[in-house]
Ligand binder design. Structure first.
Ligand SMILES: [Zn+2]
Length: 275
């Protein structure tokens, strides 16, 4: 189970309607929504890997301390939610270094894992992650056709967890092979789009085949009352808000329907290294 811990106003889907120079004055909702997620995780006895945005950690230190105290894995989602291919190597290094330090200073936990904003991973980013002390990345969405997802040399679909660079493990986010094509099956908008029973059947099919399953969500996905800025593309509005009012109940159900662990523990288990 993984949660990309960011506030609604940093979501890439809404970027056209929420310019960065307005972020300081936007209503902050992540403390309440992530708090609700933590309550549900505790009720269900599930521990998650939390890929926390550095900006959220800087603005809400008590929230990050609570996440760590409740036994979840602390990992990095960068600091400012820039798409990696937009900012280049130098700014990327600064961005991940800042987030890792902030999270480690706040929690006393070592931060091993990274997930790129919008899966915008690049080859230069992998080298920098290794140099900055990360041991795994989970930013490969092994499907084609999404305009923001990145691709990297050496990414695989024949196994789910593999060494992408010396000393750096890649954990693919889950996709479902159907008739020779890969369909997104890992959460986000797709989790809200497909009927729940169909989604769960897919998850069980992946697990039954001996593969691990990697799910991701965000605190704003259970916050159906967050602002609806104007000026956002219609496909992004759909992707962002579709079925959001059902997401909390669905996610709560999914937590009970499947057995979960953190990314760090999944890697240590050795599951998914071969198929
Ligand atoms: Zn994100």
């Amino acid at each position: 189970m993984s949660i990309d811990v960011e506030d609604w106003y940093t979501a890439q889907n809404l970027a056209a309607g929420v310019p960065r120079d307005s972020w300081d004055t936007q209503p902050r909702r992540v403390e309440a929504t992530m708090g609700r997620m933590l309550d549900i995780l505790a009720q269900k006895g599930v521990r998650s890997t939390c890929f926390i945005l550095g900006l959220v950690a800087e603005r809400h230190p008590a929230l990050i301390k609570r996440i760590a105290a409740e036994g979840h894995e602390i990992a990095s989602h960068g600091t400012m939610h820039d798409l990696i291919y937009d900012i280049g190597p130098d700014r990327f290094r600064e961005d991940v270094r800042r987030s890792k330090k902030t999270l480690e200073d706040l929690t006393g936990q070592r931060v091993d894992g990274y997930r790129a904003p919008c899966f915008s991973i690049t080859d230069f980013a992998l080298d920098i992650l290794r140099e900055e002390g990360f041991t795994y990345d989970t930013s490969v969405f092994p499907i084609k056709g999404h305009r923001r997802y990145g691709t990297i040399a050496g990414q695989r679909t024949d196994c789910d967890i593999y060494e992408i660079r010396p000393g750096l493990t890649e954990v693919n986010v889950s996709a479902m092979p159907i008739l020779g094509k890969q369909f997104p099956w890992a959460g986000g908008a797709y989790f809200r789009l497909y009927p729940y029973a169909m989604f769960r059947a897919g998850v069980r099919r992946i697990l039954a085949s001996g593969r691990p399953y990697v799910f991701y969500t965000h605190p704003w996905e259970i916050d159906w009352e967050h602002p609806r800025p104007i000026g956002v593309r219609m496909d992004d509005v759909f992707r962002h808000y579709h079925n959001m009012h059902r997401c909390q109940a669905r996610w709560t159900r999914l937590l009970g329907d499947v057995q979960w662990t953190t990314c760090r523990e999944l890697i240590a288990s050795g599951i998914g290294r071969t198929r």
